[in-house]
Design a protein around this ligand. Sequence first.
Ligand SMILES: *Cc1c(COP(=O)(O)O)cnc(C)c1O
Length: 387
Amino acid sequence: MFEFSQRIAQLPPYLFAQIDKKKKEKLDQGADVIDLGVGDPDIPTPKPIVEAMKRAVEKPENHRYPSYEGMLSFRQAVADWYKKRFGVDLDPQKEVIALIGSKEGIAHFPLAFINPGDVVLCPDPAYPVYKIGTLLAGGEPYVLPLKEENGFLPDFRSVPKDVLKRAKIIWVNYPNNPTSAKATKEFYKELIEWAKENRIIVASDLAYSEIYFGEEKPPSILEIEGAKEVAIEFHSLSKTYNMTGWRIGMAVGNEKLIAGLGKIKTNVDSGQFQAIQEAAITALNLPEQELQSIRDLYRERRKVMVEALERAGLEVYPSDATFYLWVKVPKGYSSAQFVERLLEECAIVCTPGNGFGEHGEGYFRISLTVSTERLLEASERIKKLKL
Ligand SMILES: *Cc1c(COP(=O)(O)O)cnc(C)c1O
């Protein structure tokens, strides 16, 4: 009797449907399936955050509607964290807004700045929400392929003039999901220069800034001088503090861009539970030690898995950030075919690269978010693969 709106009908199909079905079949056969598909940390949220939440829940003043933009104390904690981590100055009143997880902000942001027919430059492969948020806002996504020979950085100078004229936003995400690639400050500097010349908003997604294993910490785009004139950055406590279920994130940067996002949010949600914001303040003030032990664990897991994959003759994109491995599919297979073989022969679920866009074809993604014990089991199975 009812039909979905064109807005929904135009969305790309759910590409994991096939793999979900196959996984279920395998489970029904009684196989011991190891799921390396989802990027959701298995490690619990650090204790001090949970304890802070328990205390905050007891306070009646936290039971009422929160302010739309987030408690000032939360926004101040975000500003302090940005100062400490990146050396970036933010005005907590005007340049920080609380989000109900960064996905919410990423999906809503185009509604504030995109008119029908406007173009949004979206990387591919990528977190699907950049493209979907664009479509929901009536915008037109223009695909910027991320290629291995460019270190999975977009060649923004390649955008044709007529597209550039209609382009309003460019999305970037480093350290990157799914490729695990990192961006340098030099890249950001060129991007900001180009964005200013062409009057384009730079929207950076920094969800993985704290998941790194090298000497050099991943930068924020706001470290670049003058970035605040054109940039907004989305961040989240989800991946840093194992808080995916809590739904707390933030957007920071250009005052007008924050205000636009705030206008949309004021009209669709009523802010995040204050108790969660209070717990988030505790998180942002945790000693560095706490994060270091999480990084050490991922580093160990990465080593175990890379070794197994390489032993099997597979090629892993070398990186020292994120909890993902981006692996080349062997010759003669499509992403879907090889992922299917891993499920059939090893009972391991991975994500085919084309699930993140057509330019992800030829790769698959492994997520290091299962226990080290299970990863060891998975690596034993992979080592036996005959390619
Ligand atoms: C996980 C993830 C997010 C969003 O996380 P939230 O839980 O919504 O804060 C954003 N961007 C990328 C690239 C992610 O992988």
